[in-house]
Structure formats: structure tokens, C-alpha cells
Design a protein around this ligand. Sequence first.
Ligand code: NDP
Length: 263
Amino acid sequence: MKTFAVFGDPIAHSVSPRLHNKAIADLALDALYTRVLLKDGNELINKFRSLKLNGANVTLPHKEFALNLADEASEAARKIGSANTLVLKNEKIYAYNTDAPGFLKAISNFKEAKSAIVLGAGGTANALTYALRSQNIDVCILNRSKARLDKFKDHYECFSWDDYKEHKFDLVVNSTSAGLKDDLLPAPKEILDGILKSAKFAFDVIYGKQTPFLKEAKRQNLACKDGADMLLYQAVLALNLFYNGSLDEKKIEASMREAMCLA
Ligand code: NDP
């Protein structure tokens, strides 16, 4: 039997066990998937090995530890700077990032997007900007404060709220946590209104609630999507990585989609 887990802090809220265990059952795999509260990210690999895991997902705040402590990492995970999936192969632990391709699958119906603005410059913005650029989409970043923009400055056009100059974008992506536990917009209303009025598509990484950002985007008639499909697809891709790409992703997706509704 294979054993998988998701590591994070906090972790009790994670839907990953529900998604993976439903797919494991539906695909008749001999495996189980559990959750592990991990306080110290430095202990990630020790814990992975002591639990004799075959694979794991890693969520906040340990995704950088996952990249840095694994034996090998995919090129995408290295370029993004974080990993959310670990796989044991021949006693070595390999790190991958499925947030980026999960995001691209989630926005696959936003086909005509040629330019995008990513709101926020945290860990998730790394994966999203990498994913967008891989599709030759022009990417610009707008963040509340200047400090976090430093790591992006050499590769992307970056603005803070203080120095934003009006541009037009096809796609607007909220990668901030504004709206998650509050009713805040991810940028000042006058800046956001200017961005939304000429855009066609809006995506919010937050899922399970209608954020003020998505409400505003809907009001301005943009095609909108929340982060539920990104969450779903990163899990579909991770489970397939645990099995070396041998599973049917359509079947995993159908199964995990059912599990998403079992709240
Ligand atoms: P980080 O803590 O790394 O970054 C947070 C970012 O949000 C920073 O840029 C910060 O700006 C900005 N921010 C926070 N509060 C506000 C606010 N009130 N107004 C404007 N900007 C704000 O977080 P992550 O990047 O790791 O995660 C961001 C979100 O993505 C979370 O809500 C998380 O749940 C979600 N997520 C969803 C996934 C999915 O599958 N759907 C996958 C991964 C994450 P500043 O630099 O100024 O502080």
C-alpha cells in the first residue's frame, strides 16, 4: 500500500485528503492519503522519510522548504522558487510545482488573453507569473508594498500602489489574500476600476466565496473564475505524479470534482 500526506501549518482545513482519498477509492488504488501538521519546515524531509511516505503535497508555509530540501527539483519548481508536490522514486525525493500548470488548466477557457496583471507579489504570484509567461502572455505585477516586488523587478514590469501607471490588460488575476477573511479589494478602488474597465477576464485564487474582487469584476461584465479549479487541477496533477504519470487524469478529475462538492 502507498501512503501520501499533505504537510502544512495550519492543516486541519485542507481539502486535499478528501480529494485524493475519493480518487484513490474510485480508481481502486491501494493507497491512503492523510494530513500532517508540520510546525518546522526544516523537518519536512525527515518527517516524509520517517512516515515512509511515497509522496506528499506541501502547503503554506513550507513550499520553499519543499523545493530546497528535496534531492532533485523540476526546472519549473526551481524557476518558480517553490514546490507543492514531493515524490519518492528510487529512494530519492523529487520536488514539483503543480500550482502553475493547475492555474493554466483553470484559465484554459480564457483563450484570447494576451496580457495580464497579477495583483499581489507573494508566494502564489511566483507560480502564476511563471505560468502566464510560459504561455507568452505579457505579465505585469501590482503589489500593495514595494518590498516584495524586488524579486520580480528584473523579469517583469512591476508597480506598487504608489507608482501605478494606467495600462490595459486582458486578464486580471488576484493572487493576494484580500477578500479571504475580510471584505477588502486587492487594490485601491480607483486603480482597480481602471484595470477592470478594459479587461475581459478575471481570476481569483481564493475559492469558496464570492470575493469583493470577483463581485466588482462581475459587475463590470468580465468572465470570472474563482480558485476552485486551480485547487482541483493541482491535486489531479499531483496524484498522477505520485503514480509516475500512469493514471487517467480525466478519471481523477471527475472523481475529485465530486469530492469538492462533499463539503
Ligand atoms: P503571501 O502571504 O505569500 O502573499 C500575500 C500577498 O497578498 C502579498 O503580495 C500581500 O501584499 C498581499 N496582500 C495581503 N493582504 C492584502 C490586502 N489587504 N490588500 C492588498 N494586498 C494584500 O500569500 P500567498 O501568495 O501564498 O497566498 C495568497 C492567496 O492565494 C491566499 O489567499 C491563498 O489561500 C491562495 N492560494 C490559492 C491556491 C489555489 O489552489 N486556489 C493555491 C495557493 C494559494 P504585501 O506585500 O503588501 O504584504
